[in-house]
Design a protein around this ligand. Sequence first.
Ligand SMILES: Nc1ncnc2c1ncn2[C@@H]1O[C@H](COP(=O)(O)OP(=O)(O)O)[C@@H](O)[C@H]1O
Ligand SMILES: [Mg+2]
Length: 398
Amino acid sequence: MRILLFSGKGGVGKTSLAAATGVRLASLGYRTLVMSVDPAHSLADSFDFGSDLFTRRTADPCRLDERLYIQEVNIQAEIKRHWREVSSYVMSVLRTTGLTDVEAEELAILPGMEELSAMMYVNQYRREGRYDVVVLDCAPTAESLRFISMPTTLEWYMKHIFPVQRTVMKAVRPIANKVAPVELPPDSYFANVRQLFDRLSGVEHLLEDPSVTSVRLVTNPERVVLRETQRAFVYFSLHGLTVDTIIVNRVLPPDAAVGYFKEWQHTQDQVNKEIEDYFSPIPVRKVPLFRDEVLGRARLEEVAQALYGPDEDPSALVRTERPYTFEKRPDGRYQVKIALPFATKAEVELFKKGDELVVEVGTLRRHIGLPTSMAALKPTRARLDHGTLTVILEDSHE
Ligand SMILES: Nc1ncnc2c1ncn2[C@@H]1O[C@H](COP(=O)(O)OP(=O)(O)O)[C@@H](O)[C@H]1O
Ligand SMILES: [Mg+2]
């Protein structure tokens, strides 16, 4: 099973491009599911599905044609299915603070529940072999990052906190329930958490495997959007996911870039060049701004045509090489490894600018955004070996 993950800033066109990709995949014969993980669902609308404004029909995979399904992860439905014990415990705690049932129910939706639910489905569909490709239409960048970091966070919780909490609870509950105003979690809560964890097991390996999961970052040719795309790129890389394509959506076609829009074209041209430089050698694709909203099957096919040409397969592997990796070494230093397949030692220049590591190879420049934990460090040593540049970063005071 292939997983194609569409992420990017709000409104850049993730849903439209994910839906168009689904249309193309299904027409190529793949059993395809397009799954929306954005609480502000618009996937069904994008297909002009004609359902109610707040439909629950799409909470399960909904068949659009022979091989194409859509699903919009619905948190209310998920709570009933998967989170019953966790949320009923949280609700019981919230009720003691004087909230009404309905209020408690609303607040018992914890951040991450939606993302985790989606992740469970991905894992389940992979196990069942139900689909050939799952296209994930993610929430805007910040939430998508929570989505991808969730399995590791949860794993940490399960390893370090969960066993302790559980044992402690067993011992203190009989006494604590008598004196504490808030009831402690019952055993069923822990059973629920464990069950959820089991359902998620292995999903992080799927996400980190570049032959399974490819991230397609959607951006617009505007500076502010580009900045967010760059950050997303760094963080996806940091989480071990492989971004294999950058899609620039809403590029002004030349015949539209006149009069009122002239300055837009100038900006777009500049930003497009920056995008190519920054992300090279990751392929950049462009999709024009269409005459009208992208709505309904026919329009989505046009988008697919613009994105993939007449017959390209969106699930084909584009890049399986991770662009760079960040590691903490056993000696406590940090290192960044960057694939520089075409460089020789004399051509490589290296310096730090703000929270970015800038690598120059001849006239080519690559900005590498450092994760927060490494941003204050200074590069002290670099080595180029078999096409890989290894940079050691250390605290500058030492
Ligand atoms: N290339 C395009 N040309 C014209 N309209 C577009 C294009 N891409 C997206 N849109 C429109 O922009 C709006 C936002 O797109 P959407 O795919 O919902 O963005 P996102 O999912 O990133 O929030 C929608 O109304 C969509 O029809
Ligand atoms: Mg969307």
